[in-house]
Write a protein that binds this ligand. Structure first.
Ligand code: SF4
Length: 352
């Protein structure tokens, strides 16, 4: 309620504007088009939307401009507050044994979404919001966006009736805010499936420029990454964020149950390998030739120095024939190993 007084001649005019306080809603914002549209739809229905963005160790949103930059831009465009929640160790813990299994890669989508909604629920309680919205579209993703999966996610996160998926809500059971008359069902979407035709049309209507491409953003859905992640979780009791960062770069070789070799593929990866190296890791680099930096990690790393040297030389510019020298360094070791380039049949069987 706003009272404004204007003095006009000998009269005082009082302007009373009865502005109803907007109800609050929390949106899970992914940076994709669908969640932006969901926000716009709720704003159009008169809600004050706050966004929560979730990052996990497997997000691949980075655009080279810094972590989370892209999503902050989206939030600014939408004119919503943004809270970023990082799910780190607890996410890794879940990934060791996801209750609802994994998809075609190593993606535990149902458990992952449940954790995301759980984080959004905390924010909802903190700010006194009425419900949560997301850009999920019925039938768009095979693992987590069919009707039973959507219900499971609601149950797991303790949010039955409190999650509204505005793009598909017209096809889904009524939610609490609909029953309470907070939102109008007839203004909710009935979008289904993988086509983006409707969303692109809506983007045009809402003036969302350069709508982002569909998919992407999660390394766990990438089959090649999934194989490496699976290998890590099978061989390491408690993988660390550092182990996961190492999964994102290089060529990976499983040398034994407890030891791995990772060989850089370019200059940037070489720098990252050096930055990721921990006490106990062994770094290798050809002495006289341009080539990769490799990292040997694991309990038996010392036993594999000679072989890892030959593989490192193989991926360098060293000539195919003859010997080369590889510098081998760790916190308690610094030596030069003279070796030949490994031949494919000797190392390819270890490639993950
Ligand atoms: S694709 Fe990745 S981020 Fe998305 S729900 Fe699945 S596991 Fe989670």
């Amino acid at each position: 309620m706003y009272d404004a007084k204007f003095v006009y001649g000998n009269f005082i005019l009082i302007d009373v504007t009865d502005e109803k306080e907007k109800k609050k809603v929390v949106a899970l914002l992914s940076g994709g088009l669908d969640s932006q549209l969901a926000v716009r739809m709720m704003q159009e229905q008169g809600f004050d939307v706050s966004a929560v963005a979730i990052k996990t160790p497997f997000c691949d949103f980075d655009c080279g401009r810094g972590c989370g930059f892209e999503i902050r831009e989206r939030a600014d465009d939408l004119n919503v507050n943004l809270k970023t929640v990082y799910l780190g160790d607890e996410y890794i813990e879940m990934l060791k044994n996801p209750k609802h299994g994994i998809g075609a890669g190593f993606n535990p989508c149902i458990d992952c979404r449940s954790m995301m909604f759980d984080a959004a629920k905390k924010h909802m309680d903190e700010i006194g919001a009425e419900f949560i919205i997301s850009g999920e579209v019925l039938g768009q993703r095979p693992m987590s966006q069919h009707a039973p999966a959507l219900r499971t996610i609601e149950k797991e996160s303790g949010l039955v009736g409190k999650i509204v998926r505005p793009l598909s809500a017209g096809l889904l059971p009524s939610t609490d805010p609909e029953k309470e008359g907070l939102i109008k069902r007839e203004e909710l979407g009935m979008i289904k499936g993988r086509t983006r035709k409707n969303q692109l049309q809506m983007a045009k209507e809402y003036g969302i420029e350069n709508p982002p491409n569909a998919g992407g953003g999660c390394l766990l859905t990438d089959p090649a990454f999934g194989i490496k992640a699976k290998d890590l979780f099978e061989h390491t009791k408690i993988p660390t964020i550092n182990d996961i960062d190492l999964l994102k770069i290089g060529r990976h070789f499983r040398l034994d149950e407890q030891t791995k070799l990772v060989v850089g593929r370019n200059k940037d990866e070489n720098e990252m390998i050096k930055a990721i190296a921990l006490p106990g890791d062994i770094l290798l680099e050809a002495k006289d030739h341009v080539g990769p930096i490799s990292i040997l990690r694991g309990k038996n790393a010392q036993n594999h120095v000679r072989f890892a040297s030959s593989v490192t030389l193989r991926y360098s510019d060293a000539p195919k024939e003859g010997q080369g020298v590889v510098n081998v360094n760790s916190d308690n070791l610094s030596e030069e190993v003279s070796t030949q380039r490994a031949i494919e049949q000797d190392y390819i069987k270890f490639r993950i």
